[in-house]
Every structure is written in C-alpha cells, then in structure tokens.
Design a binder for this molecule. Sequence first.
Ligand SMILES: Nc1nc2c(ncn2[C@@H]2O[C@H](COP(=O)(O)OP(=O)(O)OP(=O)(O)O)[C@@H](O)[C@H]2O)c(=O)[nH]1
Ligand SMILES: [Mg+2]
Length: 476
Amino acid sequence: MAASSTSYLHVSGISVDFSKSGKDIKSAELQLRGVQRLLGSDVGSDKTFHETFVPPMKLSRGDTFSLRLLRKTQFLRQNKHNDIDFDTGEVFRAYDTHEKHEYHKLHDGIAIVLSLNGNTSTEQAEPSASSSEESLELRPTTDKIFEMCPQFRTLVIGKTGVGKSSLINNAFGVNTVASEEKRGEVDIETEFISKQNDMFALHDSKGFEPGDEKNLEIVQQFIERRKDMGALKDKLHAVWLCFEIPRAGGRFLETGTTEFLQSKRDGKLGNSAFIDGYLAARMQTHHWLKVPVVVVLTKYDTFIDRVERTLDYSASSDDAIEKLTKQTAEAEREIFTKRLWEFAGSDIPYAMVSDKDGHKDKIAHLIQVTEDRVRQHVASEASVMAGVAQRVNPKLNIRTSIEVGKRKYWKALASTAAFKGKTVQACLEVLHTDIIRVWNFHDPHHYLESKEFKASVVDLVDKLDVGSIANPNRNM
Ligand SMILES: Nc1nc2c(ncn2[C@@H]2O[C@H](COP(=O)(O)OP(=O)(O)OP(=O)(O)O)[C@@H](O)[C@H]2O)c(=O)[nH]1
Ligand SMILES: [Mg+2]
C-alpha cells in the first residue's frame, strides 16, 4: 500500500463536531472540484452531524476540496459562512499513515473526520470508479426535493361515510386508511403513511357535526400549528373538506362547515393568532400564507341519481331524460356554487368526485386544482410532491417530470464543467431516476431503478436510432 501507488481516494463519510466551537452551525456543504453537496441540513441537538456517501466521493490529488459551514445569525441578517479548505496531500498522507484510514482536522474548535476508502490498487481504476464519480456530480433533482419534502401532506375532513377513504384510495392508490381504527380515536396529529405509497402523508379528521364545536377548534388549531412549523416537510400542504353536494332547497351546510369556510375566507385559518394588527392585515392579503382548502363534493353519482329520481319526466325518451338530468344537475351546481362563494369567498376551489367507474377524470381534476393551489400558495417542492404522490392524473406526472427536469439545479449543472465529459449514459441515468421517481409506480423491489432496467432503457433508445443520443458512451 505504498503512497505513491494511490491515485485517488474514496471519501465514504464525514462527521463534523462543532459543540466546542461556540458556533451555531445551520448546515454545511462539501465542495469538490466546484460541485456542491449539501450536508447535515438536519443538525442534531448535540451539535454534530454525520453523512455517509453512497457511492463514495472520489478524491484526486490536487482537487479543490473544502467544507462550507453556514451559521445561524440573529436579527435576520444574511447567512454567514466559513470555508475550511482541505489539503489533499495531507488527506492522502493521513490515509497512508492512519490505521483507521481517517483524516482528522481541527479548525477553530470544529472537529472534522473524513472516512477514507482507498483505491489502493494501481493506476488501473476499477470500472465502478468512474460511475461513482458521475453519480456524485450528476445527482437526480428529486434527491433534493425529496430531502426537503418527502411527502405530500394533506388533511382530509369529512363525516363518517362521506367517502374519504374511497377518495384517498382512488387518488393515491392507498388502500387501508387510518379509519380502520375506531372513529373518534384517530388523533388528527397521527400521520398515516402507507407502504403502498410513501410519498403521501394523511391526517384524518371527522367532519363538523352540529353541537360538536370542539372538533372545529381542534382542526383550526391543528392547521395553525402546522403553519408555524419551519420545515416544508412538516407543514400541511393542502386541506380537503369533504361533504356531499346539498340539494337545492335543503339545508345548505352544517354549522361547523360554514364557520370553517368563513374563517378561511376571513384569513383566520393558517394565520398566527399572536401577530400584531398591522402584520395581520398584511398577511391576510398574502394568500401564500394560507393553507389551500379545496371543497370536495363526494358521491357525485348519488347526487345525479337523486336529481334524476325527482325529475318530472313523464312520456320522455331516455335521451331527453338524460339531457334534463344534466341541465337540472348543472342548475343545482350553480346555485350551490353561489352559496358556497357567499360563505367562503369566490376564490375557494371545489371539485365534484365519485368513486364509481367512469369518474376518474373528476378525481384527476381535483388533484389538478389542488396542485395548482399548492404551487401558488405553499411551495413548488410541495406541488411537485402532489404530482408525485397522486396516481390518477398521468398528465400531471408528465408535467411534473418536465418541471423536475427544468429545475434550476439541472440548468446549473448543465453549465458546469461537471456535466461536460459525462457520458450520455450517465446523464440518461440521472434523468431516468428522476422520471421513475416522479411517476411513483408501486415498485417495492426498486426494479425500475435497477441497473438492468436502466440498461434496457438505454438499449431501447439505441434501437430507436434517435440520432445523437444513440451512442450512450458518447461524451456530452
Ligand atoms: N355511490 C357512491 N358510494 C360511495 C362513494 N364513495 C364512497 N362510497 C361508499 O360510501 C361508504 C363510505 O365510504 P368511505 O370511503 O369508507 O367513507 P369515509 O368517509 O372514509 O368514512 P369513515 O372512515 O367512517 O369516516 C362505502 O360503502 C363506500 O363504498 C361514491 O363516490 N359513490
Ligand atoms: Mg374512512
């Protein structure tokens, strides 16, 4: 294991302990040959963080290699950072002399340890070496999005039997929903994440029954708490308020439901109670501060049945009955919309859904309406996750793929030296990973992300003879 024979090292992990430095580090980035890699966005209370690199990062002599530490600052000042440079010669020497193959560095009370795995062989790199370098530099955009926001988080509100579980099943491909437990025992804070689709987190609440003011309060407080959470992953991204479409002439909505909608309209939902008046007034005009609430009218098919049953259609043909049903239903929908807007403001979105065959497009529409609102009022990462989590709207998967592909991250990457010199195959692999993740197929064995499957996709591209990308080993 002579030092001279080691042409490069694999850095398989890093740990940073800043507990004795007196500094408050928020996050860190490792920078190698101008490519950044975010570390420890979730720094523990013990003021240390550890990161393992799979695959490891390849370090050559003479590489520019540094650690950037971003500090928390008070009074909303700009982020401050420290850069700690590594001397690669020193790292290589440490590898040769340190029994545990570690490199230790102490800088201003900050203790850094790099775990090293040697390429102790000769100049002949193993075939995996080049691909590990590629994976370091060409990371799927979804890595970053999933890190920030691993689930699309929703609260679904509605009375027992209104059709919440059926809707969730249809929209997200999730069979068993929390209400398997006895109703009333399900805590709104309990998040339900299914193995069938772990891109989706559900909070379940019963509806607002007359005489049960407590539940309205529980729901409002829950929304408030989630709004104040700092991390996007903990925030509530959307609320679905489910009820059956009320018939014209009947009672409009239960008391709690109208109160809920009014509080939404008046900007009381999702706004902090203890902010001062001036700020409160400003916040009310800032829609992005509010959690999107979508009204979901369930069991559309039974609504149509009810309309049809009450029609006066003596001596009419089937076609005429169908036409009249449609017209009456449409007229009732308009009456309902007007009344809804009176309570909740005209910007409240709603969608009618049904779990019966032939109504999938309605659920797809609900998803689209929701995704729009999430993008406008929450964050684009959360709306990407809405697109990823859902399983009824393939058009949205396509748009989300494009959105992910167009992200600044990719643009920046394409312009760096890191991108050039990569084989088309390496670039295709990263794109492949992003697309597979966005489509979120039920794939428990990760077959779609396997080497074999990627190879067959590249093969297919090759066979399609699509010009310049047909040679996967060609460099960019
Ligand atoms: N006709 C019709 N029936 C539906 C529809 N959606 C759900 N149902 C039926 O309504 C019943 C209740 O549906 P669920 O989805 O379990 O209702 P839920 O809101 O989850 O009920 P809880 O879990 O008790 O709160 C079931 O028998 C469903 O088959 C629909 O769109 N049309
Ligand atoms: Mg249910």
